[in-house]
Design a binder for this molecule. Structure first.
Ligand SMILES: *Cc1c(COP(=O)(O)O)cnc(C)c1O
Ligand code: SF4
Length: 462
């Protein structure tokens, strides 16, 4: 082929079969750059080197409503401030917002801002929990042979080495443990404790079927470099362990740590490298929820991981007002691809205490998935999953045995996880008709709807 004269291939002018693209469809490549943080009065004179310093970010992370106000002097209305102050007293999660996040929020429209919605509660937007909601809806503690180690699936386990994160998300599934006690919730203690870790390691080593360990939290970002390496090496030393993932919200909320915390970055690199020599996969899992979280700083951090050959995958939580539209989700997926992060899962929001305003219906998830699929490479297309309440594990959202869009009840089974059991997911009441909403308020009627859904699922399965 290479020796053919050019004119043999010349079939005349190219006739486009597809119309030219709208430049707006390429905005996933436009990343926010420049000193965007200087829009916040408190950071107006902070230079780039300071803003990129992970110690500065950690030290200036806001953990009190009053401090939040200090940082926002003059940016928000007194009404919004009071709304947030009250929101904090009602929230099950403690407050923790990094300067990076704070400066990505559009404070001229705080009620609509997708980042504000995720991290800073406004009391006026809260709505009552679904009647079927319990704390620790995933029953992680029930499937825990030792505290902070959940062994639910056949060959993988979830290890929670500590209970703090670089930020606290309102919607955290682990609000039963993560963060300090709040007025609403007294937490289960999962401190970074070497004795507890040793117990977890002993259990993992004693179970030959365990090949895959998720190191989550809390958050691996909060581990000291030496602890990260200690955990990584202890697991790599076990012949049964073949795959490991360090899970961290960090890249999404404090990407500069990957640029300036050389000790932590090098510790991670060494574990990945050692794993590679042992032919074991060590990767980083992270948690971006909105395209605005991905900036030029993120790209620099992800480029550095790419250069070290470290695979990064992403898990997103579908949230109302944040990313529950085909446009936003597609932009997120394409922007993740642009910075070499593989979109892995999109979770339907778990049934978590105090954040009913953030949930969407299964129907919404299926609608969005349909639009996302086909917009980019298949391997960069996330699977939409329901983490079945009651400990059924993650199920492909489409795999329900039965779904009643009217009552909002979906029924799943998980034969490889818990044979013979049924798992129910409940759409938020605000997505249902007022008649059905009223039926949910009556416990007897609510049970009737649940029983009917289960009967339908059983009939279908037969
Ligand atoms: C999510 C999760 C895992 C990992 O599951 P994958 O589907 O492989 O990502 C393992 N254990 C528990 C308890 C989990 O919740
Ligand atoms: S980073 Fe993860 S574990 Fe930590 S608060 Fe957010 S969702 Fe929860």
């Amino acid at each position: 082929m290479q020796n053919l004269p050019l004119n043999v291939l010349d079939n005349g002018p190219i006739v486009p079969k597809k119309p030219p693209v709208d430049p707006a469809s390429l905005v996933h490549r436009d990343l926010l750059s420049g000193p965007f943080w200087q829009r916040i009065p408190a950071y107006a004179s902070v230079d780039e080197a300071t803003f990129l310093d992970h110690n500065w970010q950690a030290k200036n992370t806001i953990t009190k409503a009053s401090k939040l106000l200090d940082a926002l002097q003059g940016l928000v209305s007194p009404e919004f401030y009071r709304d947030v102050e009250e929101g904090f007293t009602k929230a099950p999660m403690s407050v923790r917002v990094s300067p990076y996040l704070l400066s990505l929020i559009d404070w001229s429209a705080p009620y609509e801002d997708p980042l504000r919605i995720q991290f800073i509660p406004a009391a006026s937007r809260l709505i009552p929990n679904h009647p079927k909601l319990t704390l620790d809806s995933l029953h992680e503690q029930e499937d825990a042979p030792v505290p902070g180690l959940t062994h639910r699936y056949a060959d993988k386990a979830l290890f929670l080495p500590l209970d703090t994160c670089p930020v606290y998300c309102r919607f955290c599934t682990r609000s039963y443990a993560v963060g300090v006690d709040t007025e609403e919730v007294e937490k289960v203690s999962l401190k970074a404790n070497e004795a507890r870790w040793k117990q977890a390691f002993a259990y993992i080593a004693s179970r030959p079927e365990l090949e895959d360990i998720v190191i989550s939290g809390g958050d691996a970002y909060q581990l000291r470099a030496q602890q990260l390496e200690e955990i990584g090496n202890a697991l790599l030393d076990m012949p049964n362990v073949r795959r490991m993932r360090f899970a961290s919200k960090g890249p999404a909320v404090m990407p500069m740590k990957l640029i300036t915390d050389d000790a932590w970055f090098d510790a991670l690199s060494r574990i990945v490298e050692r794993g590679r020599k042992l032919h074991k996969e060590v990767v980083l899992h992270t948690h971006f929820n909105h395209p605005n979280e991905i900036t030029e700083i993120t790209k620099r951090a992800m480029d550095k991981l790419m250069e070290r050959g470290i695979t990064v995958r992403n898990q997103t939580v579908l949230q109302r007002g944040v990313n529950d539209s085909p446009e936003t989700m597609t932009l997120l997926v394409k922007r993740l691809g642009h910075v070499n992060v593989h979109p892995y899962y999109v979770y339907l929001h778990d049934l978590v205490h105090g954040v009913e305003d953030l949930r969407t219906s299964l129907d919404t998830a299926l609608f969005i998935e349909k639009h996302v699929r086909g917009s980019t490479a298949g391997f960069n297309t996330p699977m939409f999953v329901v983490d079945a309440p009651g400990g059924g594990g993650k199920r492909d959202a489409h795999s329900y045995e039965y779904y009643n869009r009217e009552t909002g009840i979906s029924v799943y089974t998980a034969p490889s996880v818990k044979q013979g059991q049924y798992f129910l997911y409940f759409d938020p009441l605000h997505q249902l008709s007022t008649v059905i909403q009223r039926r949910w308020q009556d416990p007897v009627d609510a049970e009737r709807m649940v029983t009917a859904a289960l009967e339908n699922a059983r009939a279908y399965l037969r």
